[in-house]
Write a protein that binds this ligand. Structure first.
Ligand SMILES: C[C@H](O)[C@@H](O)[C@@H](O)C(=O)CO
Ligand SMILES: [Mn+2]
Length: 595
C-alpha cells in the first residue's frame, strides 16, 4: 500500500554513480557492461529492501553513462539535481581517476563501493578516492567487500549489502529532514530545556526550519469551527466505539463531572484534528474558506507545550499526542505523526531519527525511575528475574507514547512494532483493547483530559535514544539498545502505583557490556542526559550511529558492537583506538552538515 505523500515536495531519491577508467580503445569498453551492471544491481537491491515512510519503495536514479571523467561527473550531478537526488552511491569494479570522477557535493551523503576483485583494481580506486574525499573535507563512506569476487560475478555480497543498506537508510533520513519544519505549538513547558527551540541546531544540523504558533491557535480554531466537522463526527463515533475509558483515580472531590468529561473528550478530538492540520495542512479547510490554514506548516514533527498554561485550564494533550503518534486513527491505518509532548524539541528530533530509520511509530517517554533488584525486593517482596534481574528502568510519560508501543502487533507470535503498511486491522483493534483512556490526574492537569494507559509487552528488542545540547559543543546523541520486559502482575502493580498509574508504562532493560556507561543498569540511567527518551522498535543503534555521523552529531554513549559501526572513512583518520574520541574530533572538524 502506498500512501499519498503528505508533505510538500517529492521523496528524495538515491543516485547511483557507476565510475569507470576513462581510457578508450580497450580499457573502458571492456568495463562498461560490468560497471553498469553493478549500478543496476545496487538500484534493484535498494528498491527491493527500503521504503519511504509513506510506504512507497525507495526510488533510485542511475547516471545516464558511466563516469570516466569530470564531464560525465558534471552531467550526472545535473541529472541528480533535477531528479531530487538526496543521497549518492558510487560503484566501480576498476581503477578510475579519483578527484575527476568523485561526487563533490558536500551536502549529499556519499558512499563508494569498490568491488573486491583482482582482475581490475576497484579497491585501489576506492582507497584513492577516499583519500581525495578526506583531503578535500568531503567525508564519504567506503564499502569494500571482505571476500574477493570474480569479475563476472554480479552478486552483491552480504557484507556489502549490509553496509549499502545502512548507509542508504541513514542517507534517506538526512534527505527527508531537509527543508521540512518543526512546529512548536506553544513554547517552553515547565522550564524543560529541550522545549527551548535552538534554531541553530535545526537549521545547521538537520537542514530544517522552525515554525511557531501560540496555543491560542487551537482555541481559535475550536471556537470558530475551523476544522472538518464531518471528520469530527466520524472521529467521535470511532472513539465511542473503539476506545475504552478506564477508571478515574482522582480523589472524589477532584473528579470532573460526567458532562465535563464528555466535553473534554470532544475538545481532545478537535485538538487532534487541528494539530494534524497545523502540521501538514488540509484541503478541506480551503473548501470552508480558510485557504491559509489549509496550507499547514510543512511540519515533519511538532511539539505541544501543554503544561502548564493550557493544561491548567483546558483538557491536556495526551489524547491528541497519543493518537497522532500512533499508526492508526479513525481514518484507518496510516503513517504516524511525530508529536513531542512538553514541546521537547530535542526528543522530537530523536523521534524523527528513529522513525525515518525504521518507518515505525515511536514511544516518547520520561526516563522515570531506576529500580534496583534490592529496591524491588524491598517494596514488593519479590526478586527480579530473568532479563530484569540486574534492575529495570521505568519509561513513563503521559501523552506522546504511540499506542503501537503496547506490543499488540506480532510476527511469529512475538510482539513487534511494524511499519503502518504491515499492520492489520486486527492488530489495531488489539492495540485499542490494550489501551485504557483514563481521566487525567487533575492535580497535575486541572483542565482534565484523558491519559492513554497501557503496558508494553515484554521481549521486544528496542532502542532508546536522546539528543542533548551542550553549550560550547553542540548536539550529542546517546543510545541504549535493550529489551522491554514483563514483570509479574503483582510486582508491576506495586511499582506502577507508586507513580501515576494512568500513564503508559514500559519496563526497559538495556543490554550491558560490562564497561563504561553500560557497566550496569543503574549507570545507564545515571548517564541519561535529560528527562526524556524516544524508544524505537528494534536494535537500531548502528543505524543511529551512521545517521549521526552524517549530521556530524557525536555519539556520547552506546552499546553497539564495534563491527556494526559504519561511519565515513575520514573518521578513522581521527584515531582508530579511541573511536569515541575520534567521532568527537571528526564531528568538530567538519561541523554541522548545513553550515
Ligand atoms: C505531569 C507532570 O508534570 C509530568 O508531565 C512530568 O513529570 C514530566 O513528564 C516531565 O518530563
Ligand atoms: Mn515528560
Amino acid at each position: 500500500m502506498t500512501a499519498k505523500q503528505r508533505l510538500i515536495g517529492d521523496m528524495p531519491k538515491i543516485g547511483i554513480r557507476p565510475t569507470i577508467d576513462g581510457r578508450r580503445k580497450g580499457v573502458r569498453e571492456s568495463l562498461e557492461e560490468k560497471t553498469m551492471n553493478m549500478a543496476k544491481a545496487v538500484a534493484q537491491m535498494l528498491s527491493e529492501n527500503l521504503h519511504y515512510n509513506n510506504g512507497g519503495p525507495v526510488e533510485t536514479v542511475i547516471a545516464d553513462t558511466c563516469i570516466g571523467g569530470v564531464a560525465e561527473a558534471a552531467q550526472t550531478k545535473a541529472k541528480f539535481d533535477k531528479e531530487n537526488v538526496g543521497v549518492t552511491i558510487t560503484v566501480t569494479p576498476c581503477w578510475c581517476y579519483g578527484s575527476e570522477t568523485m561526487d563533490m557535493d558536500p551536502r549529499r551523503p556519499n558512499a563508494i563501493w569498490g568491488f573486491n576483485g583482482t582482475e581490475r583494481p576497484g579497491a585501489v580506486y576506492l582507497a584513492a578516492v577516499l583519500a581525495a574525499h578526506n583531503q578535500k573535507g568531503i567525508p564519504a563512506f567506503g564499502i569494500y567487500g571482505r571476500d574477493v569476487q570474480d569479475i563476472d560475478d554480479n552478486m552483491i555480497p552480504e557484507d556489502v549489502q549490509e553496509k549499502i543498506l545502512r548507509f542508504a537508510k541513514a542517507g534517506i533520513a538526512v534527505a527527508m529532514l531537509k527543508d521540512k519544519s518543526y512546529l512548536s505549538i506553544g513554547s517552553v513547558s515547565m522550564g524543560i530545556a529541550g522545549s527551548m527551540v535552538d534554531e541553530d541546531f535545526f537549521q545547521d544540523y538537520l537542514g530544517m526550519r522552525n515554525e511557531y504558533v501560540d496555543m491560542t491557535e487551537l482555541t481559535r480554531r475550536i471556537n470558530e469551527e475551523i476544522y472538518d466537522k464531518e471528520e469530527f463526527e466520524k472521529a467521535y463515533a470511532w472513539v465511542k466505539q473503539n476506545c475504552i475509558f478506564g477508571s478515574d483515580t482522582n480523589a472524589e472531590e477532584n473528579q470532573r463531572t460526567a458532562e465535563q468529561k464528555e466535553e473534554d473528550l470532544k475538545m481532545n478530538i478537535k485538538m487532534t484534528i487541528i494539530t494534524r492540520d497545523l502540521m501538514e495542512g488540509n484541503p478541506k479547510l480551503a473548501e470552508l474558506g480558510y485557504e491559509e490554514e489549509a496550507m499547514g506548516h510543512n511540519a515533519i514533527a511538532s511539539g505541544f507545550q501543554g503544561q502548564r498554561q493550557w493544561t491548567d485550564h483546558f483538557p491536556n494533550g495526551d489524547f491528541m499526542e497519543a493518537i497522532l503518534n500512533s499508526s492508526f486513527d479513525w481514518n484507518g491505518i496510516r503513517a504516524p505523526y511525530m508529536v513531542a509532548t512538553e514541546n521537547d524539541t530535542l526528543n522530537a528530533a530523536t523521534m524523527l531519527f528513529g522513525h525515518l530509520l525504521t518507518n515505525t511509530a515511536q514511544v516518547f517517554a520520561d526516563v522515570r525511575t531506576y529500580w534496583s533488584p534490592d529496591a524491588v525486593q524491598r517494596v514488593t517482596n519479590h526478586p527480579l528475574e530473568g532479563r530484569a534481574s540486574d534492575g529495570i528502568i521505568h519509561l513513563l510519560n503521559s501523552g506522546s507514547a504511540a499506542l503501537d508501543g503496547a506490543g499488540e502487533q506480532e510476527v511469529d507470535g512475538k510482539p513487534v512494532m511494524k511499519s503502518f503498511w504491515e499492520i492489520t486491522e486486527k492488530e489495531v483493534n488489539k492495540s485499542l483493547q490494550a489501551t485504557q483512556w483514563r481521566p487525567a490526574n487533575t492535580e497535575y492537569f486541572r483542565g482534565g483530559g484523558f491519559s492513554s494507559n497501557f503496558k508494553s509487552k515484554g521481549d521486544m528488542p528496542v532502542t532508546i535514544a536522546r539528543v542533548n545540547l551542550l553549550k560550547g559543543l553542540g548536539p550529542v546523541l546517546q543510545i541504549a539498545e535493550g529489551y522491554t520486559v514483563d514483570l509479574p502482575d503483582d510486582v508491576h502493580e506495586v511499582l506502577n502505583n507508586r507513580t501515576d498509574p494512568t500513564w503508559p508504562t514500559t519496563w526497559f532493560v538495556p543490554n550491558l557490556t560490562g564497561e563504561g556507561a553500560f557497566r550496569d543498569v543503574y549507570t545507564v540511567m545515571n548517564n541519561w542526559g535529560a528527562n526524556h527518551c524516544s524508544m524505537s522498535y528494534g536494535h537500531i543503534g548502528a543505524d543511529l550511529i551512521t545517521l549521526a555521523s552524517m549530521l556530524r552529531i557525536p555519539v556520547n554513549m552506546h552499546n553497539v558492537v564495534e563491527e556494526k559501526i559504519f561511519r565515513p572513512s575520514a573518521w578513522n583518520m581521527f584515531g582508530t583506538n579511541d573511536i569515541e574520541g575520534a567521532d568527537y574530533r571528526a564531528c568538530q572538524t567538519y561541523g554541522p552538515l548545513y553550515r
